[in-house]
Design a binder for this molecule. Sequence first.
Ligand SMILES: Cc1cc2nc3c(=O)[nH]c(=O)nc-3n(C[C@H](O)[C@H](O)[C@H](O)COP(=O)(O)OP(=O)(O)OC[C@H]3O[C@@H](n4cnc5c(N)ncnc54)[C@H](O)[C@@H]3O)c2cc1C
Length: 389
Amino acid sequence: MDLSGVRCLVVGAGFWGATLAERIAAGLGQRVLVADRRGHPGGNCYSRKDEETGIEAHVYGTHVFHTKNARVWEYVNRFGGFSGYRHRVWTEHQGRVYPLPISLATLNSFYGLNLRPAEAAAFIAGEAARDGVREPSNLEEKAVSLLGRPLYEALIQGYTRKQWNRDPRELPPSIITRLPVRSSYNTDYFDDPWQGLPLDGYAALISRMLAHPLIDLCLGVSYADIAGQIPADCRVFYSGPVDELFRFSLGALEWRSLRFEWSVEPVADFQGCPVLNQADADIPFTRTHEFKHLHPERGPQGEKTLLAREYPLNFVPGGEPFYPVNTPANEALLAAYREKLRHFPRLTLGGRLGSYRYLDMDAAIEAALACFDALREEGPAGKPWRERP
Ligand SMILES: Cc1cc2nc3c(=O)[nH]c(=O)nc-3n(C[C@H](O)[C@H](O)[C@H](O)COP(=O)(O)OP(=O)(O)OC[C@H]3O[C@@H](n4cnc5c(N)ncnc54)[C@H](O)[C@@H]3O)c2cc1C
C-alpha cells in the first residue's frame, strides 16, 4: 500500500473514526485515508442481515442509539432516519422475570408489595440502611448501600461476577456510580430525549458517513501493517488500543471480552423482548439478544427468530477488547502511555479503545466532533484548516 502523499490517516472506522473522517473530508475539504483491520466499517456498532432469517443482527451485541446531546442527534440524522424505538430490558432470577432498571414494577414484583411512588424511596432507603455501610470500599458494599442486600444479591451480584470474572468485593466501588431506582412504572431503559435505531441499519448509516469522495476506506488493514510507511507530516487519528500502539512496551492493559453464541429458533417469538439478562451466577451467559424485537416497525419478520447468547470472556492478545477494566493499576498504566504520547504531537488518540473508557455511541461521536473543533483551529501543519462554506 502506497501512503506517500497521505496527509491525514484515521485508524478505525467505528463511530469515532467515521465521524472525524467525515468532518475532515466534508467540513475541511481534506482527503482522508481510513484504515480498519476488520473486513467491515462501523466498529462494534456494525449490523448485517442474517442470511437464514433476514433479520438484522447486531454482530457485537444489541446497540441502541440514545443521546441528550442535540448536536450529536442532529449530526447522525444527516446520514439516515431513526425509528422511535425505546429500549426495554428484563432480567431473569430463579425462574422469575423482572424489569430493569429497577422500578416500582421491579420492587413490587420482587417483594410482593404494592408500594405507591411516594413510598418507594423510603422503602429502598430502609433496605439499604440495614447493612449499615457508610463508606463503601468495594462494589458489593456500594451496591448494598444503594439498594439493600436482597435486591443486590438477586439482580446484581451474580451478573457482576460473570461480567467481570471477579468477586464483587474485589472490584472498586467506582465501577457503579449509581444504580437508579425509579419510583414509577416507567420501564424505559434510557431516559434520553432522543432514542432509536437506524431505519435501514447501522452498516448503511456508517457507509453513508464514509461515502464522501475525499474519503478512501481500506478494510482489513491494521495500523501495524502501515505504520512504517506513514509520511512524517501526516496527521494520525487513532482509535485502537493505546498499549498496542506502543507495542505493549510498558505492559498490557486489561480488558473484558465477549463471545456470542448464535442460533435460529423455529418460533416467531422466543422471549418476548429484545434483551433478557440472566442474573444468576450458575447460568454462564449474561444475556440473550433477540434482534427482531429491535424493529417492531418491520412487522413480524417471519416464523423463525435469531438469537445471540452473550458470554463474558477473559481477554487474550489477538481477541476482541470490549470493556476496559478501570482498576487503579490499569489507570496508572494508561497514564504512563498517555505520557509517552506527548512525544507525538501529530498523533491523536480517541474512541473507546484509545481512551480506555466505556463510551456510548453518542459519547464517541461527541468526542470526535470536539476533536474536529480543535483541529479546525489548529490545522494540519500549524496553519488553520479553513472550514468550507
Ligand atoms: C456489548 C456492547 C454493547 C453496547 N451497546 C451500546 C448501546 O446500546 N448504545 C450505545 O450507545 N453504545 C453501546 N455500546 C458502546 C459502543 O459500542 C461504542 O460507543 C462504540 O463502539 C464506540 O465507537 P468507537 O469508534 O470508539 O470504537 P469501535 O466501534 O470499537 O471502533 C474501533 C475500530 O477500530 C478498529 N481498530 C482497532 N485497532 C485497530 C488497529 N490497530 N488497526 C486498524 N483498525 C483498528 C477496530 O477494528 C474497530 O472497527 C456497546 C458496547 C458493547 C461492548
